[in-house]
Design a protein around this ligand. Structure first.
Ligand code: GDD
Ligand code: MN
Length: 382
């Protein structure tokens, strides 16, 4: 060890035995606009965990309500609290990943800030992990667990559907694969962390499937709990998150061969074809324009449609704004034009060989979709 001035002070800092460092458990709390929940969550968790050495890491996406300020105020009082504040980024899954990656604790738990998850089961979850489980999931759908008053009828049926879909890809029995409440060994999380999808809400199912695909399935234990209504503030669940989940699900179903963003890009492309045909109809029949003019107009409208849909959906986590949006759109037109050339040359090449209109047309369309996806991913939404 290097000797420096004030070595005694450094030695003091190194002598952490008995001070609860490093903590045994890190509790990661993703937050967006949760200022009126965080302190209560901290107090309840502190009571639940008693003598366990633990820390709370709040990962806040620079919430406009000032959640991070509240957490930093708490950090002045409690030594085991800190805030990771992210700027220009949004996303529950990536917040969890970054929080879990920021601790030296051997066990990490993820819990929502809004008190819907019952922090009182954390000690039981930790016990099961200490007894050998890699992953312990708080479940609403087994034993004494229930979704209680926490879900509306519509949310409950959506959640049941998503749960069944998740079961198809999980590859092992798990009663609440959509749970946002779990505890995992940090080394098992770190082994797959670089491969986890950063968008959407579905970190847990991703963790399970990615570990299994890597040849090391997690041993899973469950602890039931009753899901409570949100304490203060509002849910951030929205249709975009549902679509992102569908993308992740289809990607896992493909054995991980097709990335979620490619599937969403393709889906957007399909809607673009519909928009193209509708615009063509309006120009030719509605406005009586000639075919070439109508086709050019329809192409421009469809490209613009695709650009904005991809920007808000496929690449919601890296959405372009302001000047970058304008340059992105111009670049997108240019890339699609090249994609169109690739489409026509592949299609006509195949047509000359085989004289099958359908096969040639499809090959051209697939060619330009892959081209557009790969190139816009590299240049537009990098
Ligand atoms: N940092 C960050 N960034 N946190 C976020 C974001 C984000 O973009 N979006 C949501 N959060 C945080 C919220 O502040 C909250 O602490 C937690 O993630 C869950 O968000 P809610 O908005 O309360 O989601 P929910 O109650 O609709 O969904 C929860 O329950 C579902 C089960 O029905 C989540 O736990 C889901 O994962 C779970 O499937
Ligand atoms: Mn909630």
């Amino acid at each position: 060890m290097m000797q420096v001035d004030g070595q005694a002070r450094v030695d003091d800092l190194r002598n952490t035995i008995g001070t609860g460092h490093p903590p045994q458990l890190a509790v990661i709390v993703p937050s967006f606009n949760e200022r009126d929940n965080i302190e209560l969550l901290y107090e309840k968790t502190a009571i639940a965990l008693g003598e366990t050495a633990w820390e709370m890491i709040v990962v806040d996406d620079n919430s406009p309500d000032g959640t991070a300020d509240v957490v930093n105020e708490m950090a002045r009082v409690y030594a085991n609290v800190r805030c990771i504040r992210r700027f220009g980024r949004r996303g529950l899954s990536s917040a969890c990943v970054e929080g879990m990656a920021a601790t030296a604790a051997p066990f990490v738990a993820v819990i929502d800030a809004d008190l819907q998850h019952d922090e009182a089961i954390l000690p039981q979850m930790l016990d099961k992990a200490l007894a050998g489980a890699d992953l312990v999931v708080g479940t609403r759908f087994a034993g004494e667990g229930s979704a209680g008053e926490g879900l509306s009828a519509a949310r409950l049926s959506g959640s049941q559907m998503a749960t069944r879909m998740a079961a198809m890809i999980a590859g092992q029995p798990i009663s609440d694969p959509m749970s946002g409440f779990f505890l995992v060994r940090r080394d098992r999380f770190e082994a797959v962390a670089p491969k986890l999808a950063s968008d959407g809400f579905k970190i847990l199912i991703d963790l399970i499937v990615t570990s299994a695909r890597g040849g090391k399935p997690l041993t899973i234990a469950e602890v039931p709990y009753v899901f409570r209504p949100r304490h203060a503030g509002e849910s951030k669940m929205n249709p975009l998150i549902v679509i992102q989940y569908l993308g992740l699900w289809a990607s896992k179903l493909s054995g991980g061969v097709l990335p979620p963003s490619f599937l969403l890009f393709g889906l957007v492309g399909v809607t673009g074809v519909v928009v193209h045909m509708a615009t063509l109809g309006v120009f030719t029949s509605g406005l009586g324009a000639n075919f070439v003019v109508s086709q050019i107009a329809a192409t421009l409208v469809a490209m613009t449609w695709n650009f904005f849909l991809n920007n808000n959906l496929t690449y919601a986590d890296r959405r372009l704004r302001g000047r970058k949006l304008v340059f992105g759109l111009i670049g997108f037109y240019a890339i699609c034009a090249l994609g169109g050339i690739a489409n026509i040359s592949v299609a006509s090449g195949i047509y000359e060989l085989r004289h099958q209109t359908f096969v040639a047309g499809l090959a051209g369309a697939v060619m330009s979709s892959v081209f557009n996806y790969a190139v816009t991913r590299a240049f537009t939404w990098k």
